[in-house]
Design a protein around this ligand. Sequence first.
Ligand code: SF4
Length: 613
Amino acid sequence: MPNGYMGKILWINLSDGSIKKEELPEDIYRQYLGGYGLATKLIYENMPAKVDPLGADGVFGFFPGLLTGTVAPLSGRFMVAGKSPLTGGWGDSNCGGFFGPEIKKCGYDAILIKGKSDSPKYITIIDDETQILDASDLWGLDCVQTEDKLTEKYGKIQVASIGQSGEKLSLISGIVNDKARIAGRSGFGAVMGSKNLKAIVLRGSKKLELADKDAILNVTKEYNEGIKSASVGAIQAWKTLGTSFGNVISAQIGDTPIKNWGGTVAEDFPMDRISKISGEEITKYKEKSYGCFSCPVQCGAIMKVPEIGLEETHRPEYETCASFGHMCLNDDIISLFTVNDLCNRAGIDTISAGASVAFAIECYENGLISKEDTDGLEMTWGNSSAIIELIKKMINREGIGDILADGTKIAAEKIGKGSEKYAMHSGGQDLPMHSPKYYKSLGFGYAFDPTPGRHTIPSLDMMAGGPLMKPNGLIEGVALPRKFKRAGDDRYEAEKLTVALGQVRNSIGLCEFIDFFQKYPLFEVIKGATGWDLTVDEIMKIGMRIQSLRQAFSLREGVNIISNKLPERAVGVDYLEEFKGFCQKFGWNPENGYPLKETLTDLNLDFVINDLY
Ligand code: SF4
């Protein structure tokens, strides 16, 4: 077993109750690292092609990154991964908090779930003992109630659970830990719900063996000093306002979608209204800071909102504020706290939920649905009380809420009447709150990444072109080509670098925000954990391997990636041309997005060739 890993993964089959530990060879870790890198390899090989992700053959799991559980800065993230019931292709969802490190403490590098229980169950993993237990008294509870009840029973634990939305198989539901951190995208709440699995409880006491603990401690100390002493720029913004700092500035620069992507700040949601939901206004309700394991930034906050009797709730993130605020022309700050809390408790993704509400409003305003269809709700722009009631209906799948609970693509199919022009999704996943008109490289990522419509995809322009951001180079020895801003060879090379390094970042458990802060000691922390002396070339190859396998998974499922089109309102540059340029650099066929045979061989992915060719 290599240092930095626990050396085992855990398989749990809910159909027959079997529990199996498996040891993986070192070269698998070195080729796939951890997180969704390891997930692609394990799930691709253990899940037959074209199975129903909501059926017993569906496999999904929880994957801490390589560095997760170490003190390396911003490394506490984990991934939920499997086949997405929302897009039909590869699905993953990145989450923070304290659940990921606890997986390692329990002795595992991954927990994989397959099968389907015929009654509600929860799983406890307390060090070496794993049990599948009856969850009938938890079924129907929200995620906060579930975590509280399990904590009462077991004491200090980490819990990941689904709320009512996952139980009701909403395709935009997620899995919640730390009472409000949600692996929200790709629809894994429904996957967990389909298996009748309510929660996973973890408590571990195992220690990670590291190759050179002092080396990690030293670079961590230095990195954290930089974060501590930063008084301006992105670090300071994140520390004080969290991602809600973007509520104003992103709208100002034209990044935030307004009025379901059809409006503008000047005409529809002017700055005097946006300023009512600014990060500063929101943060007035802050009680204390909150952050993920081993993070010196602590960009989260625990809030108290007496106006609605909320004693403890998490600060709404930028994505939540934009989807329920700017997208719905809603400047009622208290309604943002309300819907954020409702969504987190029910375990429904706030991006897709807000996008679905904005879609419903536009349908209503244009006469495609009526007051009769909404059970009397006046779904007009900015009507915050109607927005809150609609979210409750979506959580409970009541009336119009049932139609909207699977995102805008499916809602438009059910409503018909030309409503698809208001459904702002990519491949079934509702678009997040950053515009490809501003960050141009988001276009091809939103359209053609194996998980379409995701704001967490590595994006060249977002990393390099934000108002508070400058390209920090991420790692020693890698610099963006000089002319990366213009279409052409340099730009495609830069996109290759960004996408490959992004896969590595995600697979070692790092928060994506490292791109915006200061140069990260990537090679040093990997070496300190594992002892591996990785080169830039090796890192690049690992990233390309992971992305090519993610892509191959979606292609094997029959997703016609190259035919996917973004809604016109969201289109900036010619994203197909940009993708073709990227494909040439990445060793993929620009005509269809398939990794070339020789690329697959070069990346040790020969096992994929027969599936694709
Ligand atoms: S910056 Fe925020 S989201 Fe990222 S690891 Fe730190 S606390 Fe978590």
